[in-house]
Design a protein around this ligand. Structure first.
Ligand code: AKG
Ligand code: FE2
Length: 276
């Protein structure tokens, strides 16, 4: 079993571009509630969506803004116009992170013995979704949960955060490991579709976010997958008699349909539903 959680430092993205993205995200969440509520929706197919979730039913433990980011020319027109530099600053970081994601995918595919150009065009025209999170500071109860344990959908997550708060599940000891987040580092982990494509050789990463006792926290997860209706299936080269095909094929759109029809179930169960 291969565990793929790592951090990239030598990514070539300038610190200014990273800092501005965190700053403009933070400024967005400070806007008056009515401005943010314009983006609120339960429809998970909306191009931009704002929402909050609460772990104790009283105060929100996370606010989020999710929007598609590739191609920028198609999606940017839906993004918030306030703060005034939101589109410019988020556009810059999105494009840079996508460049890094495509390079990392090539390295991972090569490591799996599939060759770096495996499904190159599908990755090139693939979707990118930005999930921007804002967690309140929680001075009283250390390790209060901001975002419950889950695995992500798609192939790869690249995460930029203003301070620590992310934890990943160590499957060997069943304990949570705190992820250090040095200022210039991008955290990377693999998602459900990496497990599917690799026929289970690579496992999806279960993770959660805890509230930081010292400061409010901003995180930006960039999600990379195939285009909405493109099916992801097990790489045939990784199937043989000892290792039969373990997952059914599906698309990102199938995942969204699944979420809408199983709103009460955990996200983990979509991957479970694909197991043969
Ligand atoms: O805030 C974090 O560190 C994690 C965010 C996350 O897991 C997500 O947005 O899916
Ligand atoms: Fe996540």
């Amino acid at each position: 079993m291969i565990i793929l959680i790592f951090q990239v430092i030598n990514h070539g993205i300038s610190q200014t571009v990273m800092d501005r993205a965190v700053e403009v995200a933070s400024d967005f969440f400070k806007l008056p509630s009515e401005t943010k509520q314009e983006f609120a929706s339960d429809d998970i197919r909306r191009p931009v969506r704002y929402g909050t979730s609460s772990k104790d039913g009283t105060r929100p433990s996370r606010a989020f803004l999710k929007h598609y980011a590739h191609p920028l020319s198609e999606w940017m027109k839906y993004w918030p116009e306030k703060p005034p530099t939101y589109r410019e600053d988020m556009g810059k970081i999105s494009a840079e992170v996508r460049r890094v994601a495509l390079q990392l995918m090539e390295a991972i595919l090569e490591g799996l013995g599939l060759g770096k150009d495996y499904q190159h065009e599908e990755f090139e025209r693939g979707l990118q979704l930005l999930q921007v999170n804002c967690y309140p500071k929680e001075p009283e109860s250390e390790s209060a949960i901001g975002l419950a344990p889950h695995s992500d959908h798609g192939f790869l997550t690249i995460l930029l955060a203003s301070c620590p708060g992310l934890e990943v599940l160590d499957r060997s000891s069943d304990t949570w490991r705190v992820v250090q987040q040095p200022r210039h580092a991008l955290h990377v982990h693999v998602r459900d579709y990496m497990e599917v494509l690799s026929n289970g050789r690579v496992k999806t990463v279960v993770h959660r976010a805890v509230l930081n006792p010292g400061e409010a926290r901003i995180s930006m997860a960039s999600i990379h997958s195939f285009a909405m209706h493109e099916k992801v299936s097990v790489a045939k080269k990784l199937v043989d008699e000892q290792d039969p095909e373990k997952y059914k094929e599906s698309s990102f759109s199938d995942f969204l349909d699944y979420l809408m029809s199983n709103a009460d179930k955990k996200r983990m169960s979509f991957l479970e539903s694909l197991r043969i």
